[in-house]
Design a protein around this ligand. Sequence first.
Ligand SMILES: [Cu+2]
Length: 461
Amino acid sequence: MSRRSMLATAGATLAGGALLLRGGAAHAQPSPAPTASPRAAAKAPARRDWLAPGMPGRDYQPVIVPNGAKLPWKVVDGVKVFHMVAEEVEHEFAPGLKATCWGYNGQVHGPAIEVVEGDRVRFYVTNRLPAPTTVHWHGLILPSGMDGVGGLNQKSIPPGETYRYEFTIKQTGTGMYHSHHDEMTQMALGMVGLFIMHPRRPVGPRVDRDFALMLHEWRIDPGAKRPDPNEMTDFNILTFNAKAFPGTEPLVVRKGDRVRIRLGNLSAMDHHPIHLHGYHFRVTETDAGRIPESAQFPETTVLVPVGSTRTFEFVADAPGDWAMHCHMTHHVMNQMGHDLPNLIGVKPGDLDAKVRTLLPGYMTMGQEGMGDMGDMGMAMPGNSIPMTGANGKYGYITMGGMFTILKVRERLDGEGDPGWYEAPAGTVAMEASLDELRKDGIDVAAPPRAEPGSPMSKLRG
Ligand SMILES: [Cu+2]
């Protein structure tokens, strides 16, 4: 079966302080904000429950959104004002694969929103889609009428109209936003984003690099122009911030930095166990805020369920290039159908020659696995990407999809990609020399050995 026909087969598959501001005037902090204008007073609750706008640098250190964008804002009468435009967006998932998606402000996913506990925020949402939409502020504590479920909390925003949302940020942590009108279609086409809420006063150890990543999954048949929102199980593009490896930007940090990684998951159907190599981290936050230090737990993989966020922190004391990826092995492949025949161990014999009389160029593939699906230089269908990877320092990286690289360096020149890690001599796995084998008494031709694992175990042979 050629890659082309395999893809065709695949294509045919159908199928901490959270309540700080709630305690009343006793908790209110002195605020330098001007008193509300008559206009703001008309819209605001009877008793003002917000603080002066939190400012980047002074009140918080902005997050880094790899491959992503942030939603700009301005202050009007002490309120942070944002403008979101829901619209169609041409998006590149990785070099070679583009699709027409739905997003916000020219971005897929929507730009990350970054605010501070106690901020008053006002969002104007303009709908430039052909269908109605809403914005739901996922995980946020707010008035029922601002929750954004079409028909339940508000009228869905008709095409061409602009609605206003306004509320006070009463919590800290990593929230999200997404369409809540025809969710299946609109979220599958990309209408999701991150909503970062910084504490008004720092909590926990100071963090040097604070990364924010959204996990998502898509069905894009090779050659198709749009993601398929009807897919229920067989997703073939898995992304960090809407990029599949090798489209993902590395996370670059300096040795010794304290690093925070925030993960949100608005995939349609899958929870993602995200695994970081080289470190033990502590899970420090769920969607509902900071975990008390006594309850934070060490981990190497954190499961991020659909509709949740998880945040972890660690000190980057080990220089190197460290993989970070979903540990579901099908989630680190690109555009692979899950109805492929199992060809492991198949010996095609003269089959290829026979089939070539009917199908010129035919080649049986997959007998040794999928590791050769990336770099064999085959003709690809239009608008599609290899199932795996890219060239690394030591050869081909047989990973795709939800895969990125944490690059920890002693020294950084600027903010760009520092390239591949130069490992100190003697610290890279390599072919053993005859000398080494002899010295350690290893006979590669001898029968391999194993010992009983329990008193009752019987070994074969
Ligand atoms: Cu996954």
